[in-house]
Design a protein around this ligand. Structure first.
Ligand SMILES: [Zn+2]
Length: 83
C-alpha cells in the first residue's frame, strides 16, 4: 500500500497531517481553498457560491515545524458563507 507520507523539503523529516482552525466570531472554521479571486457579497462578505471549493490539509514537519498546505479534497463551502 502506497503511503501518503509527506516529507519536509528542508530537513527530510516526516510531516504529519493536520489543519489550521480559523477562529471567527461565529465559531471555528476549517479553512477552505476557493478558485479565483474573492468577490464581495452583500450577505456574507465574500462570495463562495459557484466556485470550486476544496478543504485544506496542512502538514507540519515534526522537526522544524514547517507548514505546508494541500487543497486536495473537494468540499462544500463553509456553511457560514451562506447557501
Ligand atoms: Zn523540516
Amino acid at each position: 500500500m502506497a503511503s501518503e507520507k509527506k516529507q519536509c523539503p528542508d530537513c527530510r523529516a516526516d510531516m504529519i497531517e493536520g489543519f489550521i482552525l480559523d477562529m471567527t466570531y461565529g465559531g471555528q472554521l476549517v479553512p477552505r481553498w476557493l478558485a479565483g479571486r474573492p468577490e464581495k457579497s452583500m450577505w456574507t462578505g465574500v462570495k463562495a457560491k459557484g466556485k470550486e471549493c476544496r478543504s485544506v490539509a496542512t502538514y507540519r514537519c515534526v522537526k522544524c515545524g514547517l507548514l505546508r498546505s494541500y487543497a486536495t479534497t473537494e468540499a462544500d463551502p463553509p456553511g457560514l458563507w451562506g447557501n
